[in-house]
Design a protein around this ligand. Sequence first.
Ligand SMILES: Nc1ncnc2c1ncn2[C@@H]1O[C@H](COP(=O)(O)OP(=O)(O)OP(=O)(O)O)[C@@H](O)[C@H]1O
Length: 231
Amino acid sequence: MLTLEKLQIVLDGFTLDADFQLEQGRNLALIGPSGAGKSTLLNVIAGFLPPASGRVLWRGEDITALAPGKRPISMLFQDNNLFPHLTVAQNIGLGIRPDLKLNAAEREALNDALTRVGLAGMAERKPGQLSGGQQSRVALARVLVQRKPLVLLDEPFSALGPALKHDMLRLVGDLMQEIGGTLIMVSHEPEDAQMIADVTSVVAQGTVTAPKPTAALFENPPRVLRDYLGS
Ligand SMILES: Nc1ncnc2c1ncn2[C@@H]1O[C@H](COP(=O)(O)OP(=O)(O)OP(=O)(O)O)[C@@H](O)[C@H]1O
C-alpha cells in the first residue's frame, strides 16, 4: 500500500495536493493537462523533490525523508536517462549493481530483460547508435531488472509507434502482475490508461483525485476530466 498523507507540493507559486491510498498490485494512471503537476508528483514519490508538508508511506513505513536510492521504487524518466558512454548492457546492468560486477545469475537476468524488450542483439551498442524507441526500451529493461515493488513511469513510450507502445505497456503490465508490483504511470492518452491501469487519478486544478476504477471514470467522467478530454 502506498499512502500519500495530506501531501502538499509547492513550487514557485504552483501547489498540488494529494491525499489518498493506493493498494498494492494496482496500476494507477495519472492523467491531466500539461503543467498540472503529474511529473512533479512522481518526483516527490520517488524522493527527488521534498514535499512542503505531508508524508509518503510505503506499507505503513514513512519514507518521506528517504533518499531516492533507498526507496522501494524504480522510475522511468521522460528522457530515458541513459549514459551515452556506456553500452546498452552496461546501462541496464547499472540497475542491478552500480559497480557492474555481475554474477552469472545477474547476467542472465540482464539478458532476459534485453530479450523481453526486443533488443537481444544490441547489448554492445551505445545509446547514440539506437533509435529513440530503442533507447526507451533500454530504459525499460533497466527498470525490469531492478524488480522494485513500486514502478513509476513518466510518459515512457511517447517515442514509439502505437503498436510497439502497446507491446511495451503490456510488458510492463505483465511484469507488475508477475512481481505483484504497483505501477504509477503518467499518460496523456486515455487509451494507455484504459489498457493497463485498473485505476486512474486526475491531476488538475491543484489537486490529485483519489484513484477511481478506470473504466467507470471514462464512462462517466467528472467535469475536470471532461474539460481535459475536450468532450
Ligand atoms: N523545478 C521547478 N521549479 C519551479 N517550478 C516548476 C519546476 N518544475 C516544474 N515546475 C512547474 O510545476 C508545474 C507542474 O509541472 P509538471 O512538469 O509536474 O507538470 P505535468 O503535469 O507533468 O506536465 P506535462 O504533462 O506537460 O509533462 C508547472 O507549472 C511547472 O511550470
